[in-house]
Structure formats: C-alpha cells, structure tokens
Design a protein around this ligand. Structure first.
Ligand SMILES: *[C@@H]1O[C@H](CO)[C@@H](O)[C@H](O)[C@H]1NC(C)=O
Ligand SMILES: *[C@@H]1O[C@H](CO)[C@@H](O)[C@H](O)[C@H]1NC(C)=O
Ligand SMILES: *[C@@H]1O[C@H](CO)[C@@H](O)[C@H](O)[C@H]1NC(C)=O
Length: 409
C-alpha cells in the first residue's frame, strides 16, 4: 500500500517533469547566433520574432506567439517545413544588427533560406499567425489543365506562365521556390506535359510573362525568360523586374510596409463605382514617368481612405483626385485631367523635391496673414495639409521604436 502510494507519486512526478519538455518541443525555438545558420538552411519557412524582455509589445506577443508555434507545429510536424523562432535582441546583438532591427517586436519572414526585408505585419493573434503559415506553405503556382483555363485567367497586374515537360524536374523546383518568394507580387501558372507540348521547343521548359493588357506603353507587356532555368538568383531577379508594378494599391494591410520604403506617396483617390481613373492614371504614368524612382505611385479607395480625403477638404464627390503625401505634408494636385498633359504631373513631383511646394505654401500663408494676395492666380499653390499617411507608419502603439543614433555612438 505504502509502496504503491510512493510509486503513484513517482509516476506523477515523471509526468510533471515531462510536461515542460513537451512544451519546449512545441514552442517557439530560441534562435541564437550558434544555431541560426542551421535553422536557416534546413527550413522552407521561418517566422522570427525579434524582441526584448523589457518591451511592452514583446511581452504581450510572447504567449500568443508561443501558442501559435505549438499550433503550427501540430499542423506541420514534418521537419524542414516551418519554424516559429524568437531572437532576444539584448542577447543576440549580431543577429539583431544583421536583420537591421529598429523596432520591437519585429517579425521577419524568411523563405527557403533567403534573408529579405519582408516582415509579417498582420494581426498578432494565434489564428492570424496560423493562417499566415498555411497560406505561405500552400502551392504558390496554379496549375491549368486546359488551354482555355489559361486564356481566361485573370492577368491582374501581371502573370508568369510556365510550360514544363513534367513536375519532377529541377527546373520546376526552382520555379516553385522563386514563386513562393514572390507570391505577393505576381500570379504564377503552370501547365505540364502534352497540354503545353506545342508551346515549348522539344525538350525545353519555357517561362513567359504577360502584363496587364489594359495598360498602354508598358515596359514589359510580354517577356520570355532567357536566363538559367536552375539559377534561383537569376530567375528571382527576372521575375522581380517584370512583375513589380509601377502603380500599386494601398490598403490598411500594406500601408505600413509601403511607408517604410521611405518614398513619398503619389496617390490617386478613386471611387469604387468608377474605376476608369485608375486606368488613366496607370497609362499616364507608364507613358510619362516610367523612369521616376523617387516616389511610390499608389491608388487608394476613397471610401477606405476618407480620412485623408476629408483632411484635404474633399469628399467622395470630388473624386478622382491626386495628392502627394511626403509624410510631412499633403499636397493636392490641382486638376486630375491635367495628368494627360505631358510634363504637368512630373513638374508637380519635381516641385516637391525642389521645395517649391513648401515655399509656395508659406508664401500663401504670409499673404493670407497680410490679407492681400500677392500671388498671380496662375501660380496659386496647391492645397496643403499636414500628412495623414504618416499615421500609417510603424506606430508607437504597436512597436517600441529604437533610436537609430544609439548604434552610432
Ligand atoms: C545555372 O545555374 C546553376 C545554379 O546556380 C549552376 O549550377 C549552373 O552551372 C548554371 N548553368 C549555366 C549554364 O550557367
Ligand atoms: C526612360 O529611360 C529610357 C532609357 O534611358 C529612355 O529611353 C526613355 O525614353 C525614358 N522614358 C521617359 C518617359 O522619359
Ligand atoms: C536619440 O538619442 C539621442 C542621443 O541619446 C538624442 O539626442 C535624441 O533626441 C534621440 N532621438 C529621439 C527621436 O528620441
């Protein structure tokens, strides 16, 4: 009796002891400079949380991230698929520097061992993390089984189409890896075997790009890849070049990422009921500003971004309209229809960089104060307001922002 009792306790103890080790196996992996390289090389997907113990947002994230790691581990137990890892930035300064961490917590996404500056910026909930991993691990390439599926496919901003002899080929593996890296920038399709036999030279696989057919004056309306089919680097560079749209849609999901690119926004606010201004805007930019790299050209649903619109003194009835947001000020482009007059939109952008907008703005303020207009009506400066889009930059309500100057001491 006594013996059994103590045996019970021993068994209970054994269970208690084994629980923590079970949790460890299922929780976020502690990533250090010692194990980093191996984890990097041996996993399809890594989601790394760069945190510090003293950061409030890191503390809130901690249990959520641990639970997400356990759920992800349950769903994808096969080794080599996915790891949720955490890096303590106070301890791992080398890793923190390597990833250029300027805010805590920063969640970095690494696919196929390739370090990029892509970040997870979605909701920080267990469900959202699990959904993100599921989407990332799903096949980025859509297979077509009939040619009319291909001809009827929505091109969107552009698509890459592969004609391959078979799935079991190192060249297809390479295409799949590149597509998984750039899955947010393009659509990817593939057709195999007899179906695409007439579309490729005998014994060869082919990759082509098709751009949005409704845009005139595109740099790359159609392109065929002529590089090395097994080179990950070369194919990535090609897809990146042909797929990167000059004009992108801004939403609440990508606004933070777009703002971190650091370039002023040139925004078209449109009304969802009439999408033709989007086409006009894209055509004008491809025709006149294809070499402009100082700004981000974006389209914004006026309903979604009513706040900045009202801030400019405008409403849905005034759409379409164009404005520049420099993250300091917003400048309203006077007349939408002038985008078709060559050079007008370009001058508006040039005026931002030369400081003319800013100068005119103060000139107008002074004139107003003296209540006498000294400005030629033809030179009336655009409506200026404080930036609204700066509110979409990484927020101190979501991150502990690190002071850059700290590292330069
Ligand atoms: C193509 O790229 C692969 C991988 O980078 C490399 O091993 C191979 O030598 C390259 N082939 C040619 C013809 O350059
Ligand atoms: C952009 O640059 C290329 C190459 O320098 C040039 O041929 C082209 O005309 C430029 N496009 C515009 C719209 O200025
Ligand atoms: C960053 O740190 C420096 C030196 O400690 C300080 O002078 C500066 O005001 C700080 N900047 C911000 C934005 O906190």
């Amino acid at each position: 009796m006594k013996l059994t009792g103590s045996l019970d306790i021993l068994i209970l103890l054994a269970i208690l002891v084994s629980i923590p080790s079970l949790i460890t196996a299922n929780s976020a992996v502690v990533v250090t400079k010692e194990n980093f390289q191996e984890i990097l090389n041996s996993n399809e997907l890594l989601l790394l949380s760069f945190y510090t113990d003293w950061c409030r947002f890191s503390q809130i994230l901690e249990p959520i991230f641990e639970e997400a790691a356990a759920k992800v581990h349950q769903k994808f137990p096969e080794p080599g698929r996915v790891i949720l890892g955490k890096v303590n930035c106070d301890v791992e300064e080398l890793l923190s520097d390597q990833f250029d961490i300027l805010k805590y917590p920063t969640l970095k996404i690494i696919r196929n061992g390739l370090i990029s500056n892509q970040e997870y910026r979605g909701q920080r909930s267990v469900e959202a993390f699990v959904q993100f991993v599921e989407k990332e691990l799903s096949d980025p390439i859509k297979e077509f089984h009939r040619i009319d599926e291909l001809t009827n496919a929505e091109v969107g901003d552009g698509m890459v189409i592969g004609y391959f002899a078979s799935k079991d080929h190192v060249e297809y593996d390479n295409y799949r890896r590149v597509a998984s890296l750039l899955r947010d920038d393009c659509r990817f399709l593939v057709g195999f075997g007899d179906l695409t036999k007439n579309l490729r030279p005998p014994g060869k696989n082919v990759l082509i790009f098709r751009g949005d057919p409704s845009i005139r004056n595109q740099k790359h309306p159609y392109a065929e890849y002529s590089g090395n089919m097994t080179s990950f680097k070369e194919l990535t560079a090609w897809v990146d070049k042909v797929c990167l749209a000059m004009v992108r849609e801004v939403t609440f999901n990508n606004a933070e990422e777009l703002s971190e690119e650091g370039l002023p926004f040139v925004l078209l606010f449109y009304n969802k009921k009439d999408l033709s201004p989007i086409q006009e805007f894209k055509n004008a930019i491809h025709a006149q500003l294809e070499n402009e790299t100082r700004v981000n050209f974006l389209t914004a649903d006026g309903e979604l971004f009513k706040h900045p619109l009202f801030h400019l003194g405008k409403s849905m009835d005034d759409l379409p309209l164009i404005a520049i947001d420099s993250f300091v000020h917003m400048y309203l482009f006077p007349e939408f229809k002038d985008i078709h007059r060559p050079g007008v939109l370009k001058k508006f952008i040039d005026d931002l960089f030369s400081g003319t907008h800013h100068y005119n703005f103060h000139l107008a303020l002074d004139a107003q104060e003296k209540s006498e207009s000294t400005i030629d009506p033809a030179e009336i400066p655009p409506v200026v307001r404080e930036s609204k889009f700066k509110e979409l930059m990484p927020s101190k309500h979501r991150y502990t922002l690190v002071n850059r100057t700290r590292d330069e001491l």
